[in-house]
Design a protein around this ligand. Structure first.
Ligand code: FES
Length: 123
């Protein structure tokens, strides 16, 4: 069952995961001009979010490490589907709020959302 506020199309197959989180944990050389989310703490914060999800009993929710999501300038970033909402996070309290409110409660966290303009993507 999807969290409140999330609905699939009537003819869509049942979702394996009701919510799927992708946290960029890409690491580049420190001298790279785009930087990388791993150098801003994303790996530890993604791991923390996974552990907290298990502690809170999250079911049919998947939190994955991901490669570069191509919005490095905003990092560290995550994107959550099925809504396709992007977040920038910096602390354990940020990812805990995203997990509790959006992932488990279906209520996006406005203060951490990032608007990505597809026209500005590299490549
Ligand atoms: S390194 Fe994280 S979005 Fe590119």
């Amino acid at each position: 069952m999807a969290p409140a506020g999330i609905q699939a199309a009537a003819d869509a197959p049942e979702l394996v995961y009701c919510v799927h989180v992708f946290c960029c944990t890409n690491e580049r050389p420190t001298t790279h001009w785009r930087g990388s989310c791993a150098h801003k703490g994303s790996r530890a914060l993604c791991d923390y979010m996974c552990r907290l999800g298990m502690v809170l009993g999250a079911r049919r929710i998947r939190i994955n490490h991901a490669g570069c999501l191509n919005v490095c300038e905003h990092g560290p970033v995550m994107v959550i589907y099925p809504e396709g909402i992007w977040y920038k996070y910096e602390s354990q309290s940020d990812v805990a709020e995203i997990l509790r409110s959006h992932v488990m409660g279906g209520v996006p966290v406005q203060r951490l959302m990032v608007a990505i303009d597809p026209a500005t993507l590299h490549g």
